[in-house]
Design a protein around this ligand. Structure first.
Ligand code: CAA
Ligand code: FAD
Length: 380
């Protein structure tokens, strides 16, 4: 067992930290306020290789391990969780799904530009009536011989408007339940695809979340990922890795808020001394640091299991539920440490608190993670 990061890991961590501070921090409050997608910043992240971090260089990626990805996600999320969710979806849902299960043709056509960050992708599983209950897919992909005809609506899609490529989960054989589902690659500009209005959200307001409607969209057979009926397994396997990304996002939100609270506690004076001299504040900081370190270790353990080709479903869900609950708790306490100043935008912690909430909801709610964990430990 070795808890030491390599030189390469430290370099990537520093590159991500520098990027976050120089490129993301300056406009983050304004983008949050005006729900502005960080388009320029995402373009630069792509140029630096942060959108295809784990993809092999053969397909335009940076060829890094999942540990590097966790470290980079933490640093970017400390400052701008709206940017890090774009990074998470593109890396661990879209690129990983295509590289692992796509055909050579699909990889050349879609993965290469996605991994280089020339375009971005989205992952479309949730529907108005199928969120946690993801097997209840209503979007249909009718097999027409040489193509599928897709009809239905997907909800809450991250990168919904900015993505060029969608990975869409659809029902082809309803009588077969989860075994009748397919995953299709659909280009956003296909006739019959409509992007709904942007959602006005509590947090991650810079990310673009939309519903996407499909009306008689013709999708070539060669755009199906895997065998007929593989779509639900594709979604679950892809989400297992995605959850490591969101756990790292939660970790970053928590550590960003903690660093701000620590700094502020050394500056703000009350009753003749810095507030960090009061034991009540010291204990808050101690608990924040401990829970954050536990979250970080869970994220890194899941990443290590993935890099070691072990099953990381359990560790990824544990990391996600623990880190997201830590993020919610730490950010709330960070606002408390800041007193009234924590309640206004200039001090950043109120935004981090709002951003933390989504990590308990998307890519499987905390309740869903507990379903996955309990089934695993009970051997179901
Ligand atoms: N790997 C491989 N196969 C898996 C699997 C996994 N991790 N998990 C389940 N499966 C398989 C099962 O083995 C089963 O196949 P068999 O019938 O062949 O055994 C099939 O899938 C159906 O599984 P379940 O019976 O376990 O299905 P369920 O209806 O009980 O649901 C669930 C399980 C864990 C609750 C699942 O529905 C789920 O994860 N729901 C949450 C959905 C989710 O995470 N959505 C996120 C959307 S993307 C997103 O949110 C992105 C973003 O915000 C940025
Ligand atoms: P529901 O499933 O209706 O759940 C409501 C409540 O009931 C939750 O607390 C849930 O935990 C609980 N619950 C449900 N079933 C059970 C059970 N069996 N046991 C115990 N409790 C249960 N989806 C995508 O496909 N792609 C995306 O890019 C994407 N991005 C998103 C971005 C944002 C900002 C948001 C808000 C959502 C996004 N989602 C995306 C959707 C997200 O994954 C779903 O919102 C999430 O999976 C929960 O589904 P739901 O909203 O339908 O809630």
């Amino acid at each position: 067992m070795d808890f030491q990061l390599t030189e390469e890991h430290l370099m990537i961590q520093k590159a991500a930290r520098d990027f976050a501070v120089t490129e993301l921090l300056p406009g983050v409050i304004e983008r949050d306020e005006h729900q502005k997608f960080p388009a320029e910043q995402i373009k630069k992240l792509g140029e630096l290789g942060f959108l295809g971090m784990m993809v092999s260089p053969e397909y335009g990626g940076a060829g890094l391990d999942t540990i590097s990805y966790v470290l980079a996600m933490e640093e970017i999320s400390k400052v701008d969780a709206s940017a890090s969710v774009v990074m998470s979806v593109n890396n661990s849902l879209v690129c990983w799904g295509l590289e692992t299960f796509g055909t050579e043709e699909q990889k050349r056509k879609y993965l290469v530009p996605l991994a280089k960050g020339e375009i971005i992708g989205a992952f479309l599983l949730s529907e108005p009536e199928a969120g946690s209950d993801a097997t209840s897919q209503r979007t249909t992909a009718e097999d027409k011989g040489d193509h599928y005809l897709v009809n239905g609506t997907k909800n809450w899609i991250t990168n919904g408007n900015s993505a060029s490529v969608y990975l869409v989960i659809c029902q082809t054989h309803p009588e077969k339940g989860s075994k009748g589902i397919n995953a299709l690659i659909i280009e956003k500009n296909s006739p019959g695809v409509t992007v709904g209005a942007k959602e006005n959200k509590l947090g991650i307001r810079g990310s673009d979340t939309h519903s996407i409607m499909f009306q008689d969209v013709k999708v070539p057979m060669e755009n199906r990922i895997g065998e007929d009926g593989f779509g639900f397994k594709f979604a679950m396997k892809t989400l297992a890795g995605g959850r490591i990304g969101i756990a790292s996002q939660a970790l970053g939100i928590a550590s960003g808020a903690y660093e701000l609270a620590l700094k502020y506690s050394k500056e703000r004076k009350a009753f003749g001394k810095e507030i960090c001299q009061h034991q009540a504040i010291q204990f808050k900081l101690a608990d924040m640091a401990t829970r954050i370190e536990a979250s970080r270790l869970l994220c890194l353990k899941a990443a290590w299991e993935k890099d070691s080709h072990l099953d990381y479903t359990l560790s990824g869900s544990m990391a996600k539920v623990f880190a997201s609950e830590t993020a919610m708790w730490v950010t709330t306490e960070a606002v408390q440490v800041h007193g009234g100043y924590g309640f206004v935008k200039e001090y950043h912690v109120e935004r981090l608190m709002r951003d933390a909430k989504i990590t308990q909801i998307y890519e499987g709610t905390s309740e869903v993670q507990r379903i996955v964990i309990s089934r695993s430990i009970l051997g179901k």
